[in-house]
Design a protein around this ligand. Sequence first.
Ligand code: GLP
Length: 244
Amino acid sequence: SVFSSSEALSRHVAEIVATIIRERQAQKATAVLGLPTGSTPMGVYRELVRMHQEEGLDLSNVIAFNLDEYYGLKPTQLQSYHRQMHEVFFQHVNIAPENIHIPDGMIPLDQVDAYCEEYEAKIREAGGIDLMLLGIGSNGHIGFNEPFSIHNSRTRLCTLDPITRRGAASDFFHEENVPHQAITMGLGTILEARKVLLLALGQGKSSIIRELLEGPVTNRVPATCLQGHRDASVFIDSAAGIKL
Ligand code: GLP
């Protein structure tokens, strides 16, 4: 679907998220959400916060799993996804702290594999992800699954692509400050979500959106793995759609 503005897109996506939360609530069940960071989904989080504060949207049945975190960043550090998620979303809504999961970027190297397995186990114990929201990197990455990530990859420590590090340079004031690694859910983890919504805003994403929607499934563009998912949708604004 193509939206005329990022606000319209954010409102629509927030409504989908809220509907799933309410439906699951009516069944006395949890709603398990997979959540991205980056600039694209921020409007969705703001809209959900507004719905919570002004319309009484209850998020007490939500279990949240974030997609990724930079490796080596403390949760309090400005650029950490922990901090971004808490500031924009978690601290303003009623998701129980024990139901908030974000990969720990400070986990010592010798414990990373066990930690990542545990993250996967927690997702399984929660019953799997009901709704996975995604952004997309300009090189086609989802989470931090960079080009040539394999389709059955799981949560793991991975190396960032030079294009990704360059793209993040302004957040870190200089490219050399951008971490070289991150912990990310795998493509296999993402593909197991029951419903996937990939969001993209702005002309800078128009080439990769064309590759995603009109190109072949290729490991070079990790997001194209979603072409094989039975309930994946792509929501973009008109600027991201100009090359379609
Ligand atoms: C980062 C994140 C991705 C995100 C991407 C796009 O690399 N790890 O999850 O989708 O950036 O970011 P933005 O939405 O700011 O364009």
